[in-house]
Design a protein around this ligand. Structure first.
Ligand code: MLT
Length: 265
């Protein structure tokens, strides 16, 4: 099981395949790198695919100190992991919170990004309501743990069709959400303070693919369309029968879109 020591943190990552440019997959909240199982399998034929557990998630360290959790900090750890792996430039794909981190990598370490995939994510900062909700969630976790929040969040992560017809997927996602309370609280802190990246989209100069599940209620297709319209030369794929976790709910379509994008240019 591969681990890397980066800036005093022990990071775990999943890995498959060989060949450059490598593809690095950044998971959403509150999941871990295991959410990319089907992508590690399907996309690793001609290339190395790496999926780290972000700080606080999966088998990576989950420090209690809140100051360790910022978007810029997550991005620095991703860049440190690339150093550890000897990877200079990679194709970077992030889903939701992973997309926030990908945009932070582009901001802090632009030389490391050869291509970008932004899935079910947004460039804007939290609204006051979203910020306050995250604060409530942090307090709830400190009081009673993560179980109740997992059930609340599940409702938004998966579309109605998945929830009512694919109990195996619901169980799989619930298992992916079994992460340290400190990681939940830290990531909520990082997300609620993340900067607005909207003005940075027009300056993105690497090939970019935007993907969104047609029934994503957390980062809906309109948000994806707006983001794609602001990124010069970017492409948009809307996946049917998928909510927020489009890489799981519509894995075949997701993989086809990413494979086509990575081969095209
Ligand atoms: C995620 O899937 O990473 C979350 O929905 C992101 C968020 O809460 O903003």
């Amino acid at each position: 099981m591969p681990f890397a020591e980066v800036d005093g943190a022990r990071l775990h990552y999943l890995e498959a395949g060989a060949g450059e440019p490598a593809l690095v997959l950044l998971h959403g909240f509150p999941l871990h790198a295991g959410m990319w199982a089907e992508q590690l399998d399907a996309l690793s034929g001609p290339r190395r695919v790496i999926a780290p557990d972000l700080l606080g998630f999966g088998r990576s360290d989950a420090p209690d100190s809140l100051y360790r959790y910022t978007m810029a900090g997550f991005a620095d750890l991703v860049a440190g992991l690339l150093d550890h792996l000897g990877l200079r430039r990679v194709a970077l794909a992030g889903l939701s919170m992973g997309g926030y981190v990908a945009l932070a990598v582009l901001r802090g370490h632009p030389e490391r990004v050869a291509r970008l995939v932004l899935a079910d994510t947004r460039a804007g900062a939290d609204t006051q309501l979203a910020y306050d909700t995250r604060t409530d969630q942090q307090e709830q976790i400190a009081r009673i743990g993560t179980d109740a929040l997992v059930e609340t969040l599940l409702g938004g992560l998966l579309c109605e069709r998945t929830r009512s017809t694919r109990p195996d997927v619901v169980d799989h996602v619930r298992r992916l959400m079994a992460n340290a309370p400190a990681g939940y609280i830290g990531a909520l802190e990082a997300m609620k303070h993340r900067p607005d990246a909207t003005a940075e989209l027009a300056a993105i100069a690497v090939p970019t693919l935007v993907i969104v599940g047609e029934d994503d209620r957390l980062s809906p297709p309109d948000v994806a369309r707006d983001m794609q319209a602001r990124i010069p030369g970017s492409e948009l794929v809307v996946l049917p029968d998928a909510g927020h976790l489009s890489n799981i709910e519509a894995a075949a379509g997701f993989n086809q879109a990413v494979e086509g994008f990575l081969r095209r240019r």
